[in-house]
Design a protein around this ligand. Structure first.
Ligand code: GAP
Length: 402
């Protein structure tokens, strides 16, 4: 499919079905901002959840935090962003950080910046984490949160925006180990790409040339994705050396070896909007089922915004509707979100669920009333199977892997 056409189809599906809306649209929109609708928000939380579980909750060496978006000017002077976080514009350097003032009284106002990256939140809390938890090197500090950049020309849907969520961690190591951990996290990033369901054949590593490295980096690999508008950065992996801790005048004391030193840092970073866009692009599929064309999102179950939909075969048969509602209420206790739909004919309902990537649809028909079983339809193959109602929850839990 021609890429531009595919992007148009993805944007229109995202809007029509409640994944992503242009923000402040009734007032003409605001460049570089998008709002996530109910299905997009659900998907975003699924991405965050999966990331937090993999990189934070399941590990003993990672400390998750949630730090402030507003940070004082001193932070950005020390980090180098005050000087270097710029894009060229009309022959000058344009700093893309959003600046504001906190407080009302003139002599008590503080110059603040909305963070353009999460990393400084981790660095300014380095001493707090060490004092509270006494971690041994290597260890990491992670967070998920919103960042702001005054991009000169926001474009390409969710790709380049002015307000976006990031998932990022700083992994503190001894200098001599940087290559080892760079390799380790590179592999883990590839694992994440596969686990979340991004088409890994469309992901390519780019060794960022020395003259294009960020001011803090000694080595960076960009994970690029074949977006419909070209091969562009999806994620980044940087060796930040001891740049940040050194400039914040922080160090680490090893109780065992009695040495004091400045840890070095490996930083994997993941944009959420770009993840969602790559997922929609990877999952968007057109095929033919039963002689009819259809569009479906081949999302992994843990990422799909709706896990299961329940329908009565016919809307105007009250005994079918009642039974379907009972089954829906039963399933919903364990599997969320579930959706009930009795609008239009059954074929249309399947298509609607396919289009939002619901992995399983359940239909209550006349046989259900006699035998207490239902049909379970698989999104990708369209194949249907009869399953006893009493086994349905565990069948679905197993199939969805939750
Ligand atoms: N702390 C490192 C850092 O912030 P970055 O490459 O400047 O590195 C990290 O940004 C990630 O944030 C990118 O890999 C990308 O996924 C995402 N990102 C950056 N700018 C963005 C923008 N304007 N809109 C959406 N996502 C963006």
């Amino acid at each position: 499919m021609i890429s531009e056409i595919k992007l148009g189809k993805i944007i229109s599906l995202a809007k029509r079905r409640g994944f992503v809306y242009p923000s402040s649209e009734i007032y003409g929109g605001l460049a570089g901002t998008w709002d996530y609708g109910p299905l997009g928000a659900e998907m975003m939380y699924n991405i965050k959840d999966a990331w937090w579980k993999k990189f934070v909750a399941s590990r003993d060496d990672m400390y998750g935090i949630a730090s402030s978006i507003m940070m004082p000017e001193q932070v950005w002077v020390a980090s180098g962003h005050f000087k270097h976080f710029t894009d060229p514009f009309e022959g000058k350097k344009f700093n893309t950080m959003f600046k504001s003032k906190a407080g009302a009284l003139k002599d008590e106002t503080t110059e603040i910046y909305l963070r353009p990256e999460l990393a400084q939140g981790m660095f300014v809390n380095f001493k707090n984490i060490v004092d509270s938890f006494h971690p041994k090197i290597p260890f990491g500090i992670a967070q998920i949160g919103r960042c702001f950049r005054n991009e000169i020309s926001p474009r390409d849907f969710l790709f380049r925006v002015r307000e976006f969520d990031l998932m990022e961690f700083e992994y503190f190591i001894r200098e001599k180990d940087w290559e080892k951990y760079f390799e380790y996290w590179r592999k883990e990033m590839w694992n994440w790409i596969k686990e979340v369901g991004i088409d890994d054949k469309k992901v390519h590593e780019l060794e960022v040339p020395n003259n294009e490295l960020a001011h803090y980096s000694k080595r960076t690999i960009d994970f690029q994705y074949d977006f419909p508008f070209g091969k562009k950065e999806l994620y980044g992996l940087a060796y930040r050396t001891d740049h940040d801790l050194k400039n914040h005048k922080l160090d680490y004391y090893d109780e065992d070896t009695k040495e004091r030193f400045i840890p070095h840092v490996i930083e994997p970073t993941f944009g959420i909007g770009r993840t969602l866009l790559a997922l929609l692009d990877s999952a968007y599929t057109e095929d033919e089922l039963g002689g009819e064309k259809r569009v479906f999102l081949k999302l992994k179950s843990h990422i799909a915004p709706v896990k299961v939909a329940v329908f009565p075969l016919l809307k105007n048969k009250s005994e079918l509707v009642k039974k379907a509602k009972d089954v829906y209420e039963m399933i919903k206790k364990d599997i969320q979100p579930a959706m009930f739909d009795d609008d239009g004919n059954i074929g249309k309902r399947y298509r609607r669920q396919d289009e939002i990537g619901t992995p399983y649809c359940i239909t209550i028909d006349f046989e259900t009333l006699e035998k207490n079983d239902v049909t379970v339809r698989d999104r990708d193959t369209g194949k249907q199977e009869r399953v006893k109602i009493r086994e349905l929850t565990s069948y679905l839990k197993n199939a969805i892997n939750i």
